[in-house]
Design a protein. Structure first.
Length: 204
């Protein structure tokens, strides 16, 4: 059995004004960097969900052993991308997968080591494990990257809108791995500017 990796890369980046997936870090696009992290962590297969700017994002990961899944409903929100990925994973080709590790490309502080910690705590994909980080009010929040076992897939396949897997991850049975900077993502030009001051981004 293996754990599949799912990279959510279908968003339109409306607040940023340009595709965040194609921003550069260490000389490669964010979408390539995040897909490589899933591969390096040991996920198999790795699915990249595309929607807005689909052709450009496919090109950005074309050198990797990943499968692109198109979400034609991407404008409805993250939940539809998770549903599209899980629906694709229900194909008989992927019957050997015991769980899915879901991540996105706009969380630049996520590391391969963090993904490996999620996989290790999942006990070969049998346990649900979320990242935990400070929320806006300072209290703990559970979110992605997260590993969800196959038993959760029917609920994931039914997701719609922008809530994602939040309800499942809030369940008391969900284990957690700390990601202190997980609240920081690249949604706006000011986010990107703050990220660049840390040396995380090379010029576009």
């Amino acid at each position: 059995m293996s754990i599949a990796g799912v990279l959510l890369a279908a968003g339109g980046s409306r607040r940023l004004g340009s595709p965040k997936q194609l921003l550069k870090t260490y000389g490669v696009t964010l979408v390539e960097h995040a897909a490589r992290q899933l591969l390096d962590a040991g996920c198999s297969p790795v699915l990249v969900v595309v929607g807005a700017h689909a052709d450009e994002i496919r090109d950005a990961v074309s050198m990797l052993s990943v499968t692109c899944v198109e979400n034609v409903r991407w404008e409805r929100g993250m939940g539809t991308s998770i549903a599209a990925a899980v629906t694709a994973l229900n194909d008989v080709r992927f019957a050997h997968t015991s769980a899915v590790l879901i991540t996105t490309c706009d969380m630049p502080t996520v590391t391969v080591e963090h993904l490996q910690s999620l996989l290790a705590m999942s006990q070969q994909g049998t346990q649900r494990v979320a990242s935990e980080y400070p929320g806006p009010d300072g209290g703990p929040v559970r979110g992605i990257p997260a590993t969800l076992p196959r038993v959760d897939w029917p609920a994931l396949a039914a997701l719609d809108g922008d809530l994602g897997a939040r309800a499942l991850l809030r369940d008391s049975g969900t284990l957690t791995v700390s990601l202190p900077s997980g609240h920081f993502d690249l949604d706006t030009p000011s986010d990107v500017a703050a990220w660049r001051t840390t040396g995380g981004s090379s010029p576009m």
